[in-house]
Design a binder for this molecule. Structure first.
Ligand SMILES: C[S@@+](CC[C@H](N)C(=O)[O-])C[C@H]1O[C@@H](n2cnc3c(N)ncnc32)[C@H](O)[C@@H]1O
Length: 319
């Protein structure tokens, strides 16, 4: 597994910097380091410190290159961004001025066939970002049909989830499914032929990836950690590519910025939630989308949504 020679074009980089506002002497966390596009740009913008976090050990080569350029100001912390508080505490850091997340897979992960993320390149059915725990082959070969269908529907929005799960279970009875292209073919044969604008395996692969990497769980932990870690006026900037991830970010920020009214009645007693002081101020009321020009030049950007908020002076109250 080597990412040598592979590149990742950072998505919405100008917008990320615009909302993050890196400042002299600041401390920043790039929670999804990847090829280091954001980290590198932050370090070029201001004389500050950046901690990159990534759970994929393969990104070390990009971290080494950036560390050579900024030996005193950049460090990669290998691990899950959901555990960033513990990772930072090992570096004696308990507060930061900005956190950025660019959630999902990198171009390197998609283009390295041995990682098993791609439905277009043949490789082992793996999809584990940190190579820990159950891989995709384990899910498709051992989970019950209804559980596979649920995963495809919940995390991929796949409407043909039941047909696909049925075809998977039928195919694995003949022989275990071990390769990415095998699974892609099974999915293709199971979906009813309509006008597909995307590869029929897109949603299923995405769903299995999100499930095995517990991506939504990590995001929830990261949002709560950000609330504790950010100093007053510190910035949180999140780029996501999936409806469920964006919904989680939107819901958290609406809640913490006091935007969720929840339809409370004046006749009902006030709850702790009603009286909680906002810990975040939204920096844009709606999700920010990439420019047409960016989508034209980098099609990966087409489903990106950016949300940004600033930490207020309010203390975090116990839930
Ligand atoms: C879209 S790429 C980030 C690209 C990066 N912004 C750049 O400019 O190169 C997402 C990266 O986040 C990592 N990642 C995804 N989920 C993670 C998690 N929960 N914890 C740590 N890293 C994660 C992936 O391994 C991948 O390298």
């Amino acid at each position: 597994m080597s990412y040598e020679g592979l590149v990742h074009t950072p998505v919405m980089l100008a917008e990320v910097l615009n909302y993050l506002q890196p400042k002299q002497g600041g401390v920043y966390v790039d929670g999804t380091f990847g090829a280091g596009g954001y980290s590198s740009a932050i370090l070029e913008t201001a004389s500050c410190k950046v901690f990159g976090v990534d759970r994929d050990p393969g990104v070390q080569i990009f971290a080494n290159a950036l560390h050579q350029k900024h030996p005193a100001d950049f460090k990669l912390l290998e691990g899950n961004f959901g555990e960033m508080e513990a990772l930072l505490s090992e570096q004696n850091i308990s507060s930061v001025d900005g956190i950025v997340l660019d959630i999902g897979v990198s171009s390197m992960q998609l283009e390295a066939p041995d990682r098993g993320f791609s439905f277009q390149l043949d490789g082992p059915l793996d999809m584990r970002m940190d190579k820990q725990g159950s891989d995709a082959a384990y899910i498709v070969n051992s989970f019950a049909e209804k559980d596979i269908a649920n995963i495809l529907f919940t995390f991929g929005g796949e409407r043909e989830s039941r047909h696909i799960a049925h075809a998977i279970v039928k195919a694995r009875a003949e022989k275990p499914i071990t390769r990415t292209l095998e699974l892609a073919d099974i999915i293709k044969s199971a979906v009813r032929h309509g006008k597909h604008t995307i590869n029929p395996a897109t949603k299923s692969f995405q769903a299995i990836r999100i499930y095995i990497n517990r991506e939504l769980e990590a995001l929830q932990y990261a949002l709560e950690a950000a609330e504790r870690l950010l100093t007053p006026t510190g910035k949180l900037v999140i780029v996501s590519f999936h409806e469920l991830e964006d919904a989680a970010v939107k819901s958290f920020l609406s809640d913490r910025s006091g935007k969720k009214t929840g339809g409370t009645s004046r006749h009902l007693p006030q709850t702790a939630e009603d009286t909680r002081k906002p810990t975040f101020k939204l920096l844009s009321s709606k999700a920010v989308l990439p420019s047409e020009n960016e989508v034209r030049t980098n099609p990966r950007a087409r489903s990106a949504k950016l949300r940004a908020a600033e930490r207020t002076y309010a203390e975090v109250e116990a839930a």
